[in-house]
Design a protein around this ligand. Structure first.
Ligand SMILES: CC(C)(COP(=O)(O)OP(=O)(O)OC[C@H]1O[C@@H](n2cnc3c(N)ncnc32)[C@H](O)[C@@H]1OP(=O)(O)O)[C@@H](O)C(=O)NCCC(=O)NCCS
Length: 168
């Protein structure tokens, strides 16, 4: 996928150090995945795991794994200086495309109840709370499991993804 001078391409092993850097500045320490786990996920879920690359390098990533008839967004993050420019939406749309094109029946993910920016993104995409998971996170915070099954919503959210991308 090409957006001006930027590109979304599959995650490669050489991207792992940069993904790890973005993890460290994006998540609480408890939530940061180990380098080995990221390496494994990038390889094992390679068909649906992407990085967003600008002329300056990788600025965001998404890891999505297929679980049965569902796509599970395992992790998504955008480097702080590149947020609110449509990068997260573009990355999320790589997973929503799986729903929009009928390859899966649902997309689901977990999010901290306090993570307002991420919840805003997911709500805008049409995700709904399927369950609240008590003490889901290492520090005891609860999590929401969110699910999106509405293909039309997924399609609509991703229709104008290019227009929403500002110069990055
Ligand atoms: C969540 C995250 C990936 C969003 O990435 P992003 O590139 O900033 O998102 P976008 O610019 O594509 O935003 C798309 C929409 O999401 C919503 N949104 C995103 N960030 C928001 C914020 N800080 N406040 C309110 N709404 C927000 C808005 O509806 C936005 O559309 P708009 O800009 O037209 O209003 C980013 O904030 C991030 O990396 N956070 C830290 C890591 C994280 O929490 N990951 C999710 C774990 S579950």
């Amino acid at each position: 996928m090409l957006f001006g001078l930027c590109v979304i391409r599959r995650c490669q092993a050489l991207d792992i150090p940069r993904i790890l850097e973005i993890e460290y500045v994006s998540f609480k320490q408890d939530d940061v995945y180990s380098e080995d786990l990221l390496r494994f996920l990038c390889a094992y879920c390679n068909d649906h795991s992407y990085v967003y690359v600008t002329s300056g390098g990788v600025v965001g990533y998404i890891i999505t794994c297929i679980e049965g008839n569902a796509a599970h967004v395992i992790s998504i993050a955008v480097a702080p200086g590149y947020r609110r420019r449509g990068v997260g939406r573009a990355l999320l749309c790589t997973a929503l495309q799986l729903l929009a094109t009928g390859k899966v029946a649902e997309v689901f993910l977990e999010v901290r109840v306090s993570n307002t920016p991420a919840l805003s993104l997911y709500r805008a995409a049409g995700f709904e709370i399927s369950e609240m998971i008590k003490s889901y996170y290492g520090d005891g915070e609860d999590g929401y499991r969110l699910v999106l099954r509405d293909k039309k919503r997924a399609r609509e959210f991703c229709l104008d993804v290019k227009e929403k991308l500002h110069q990055v």
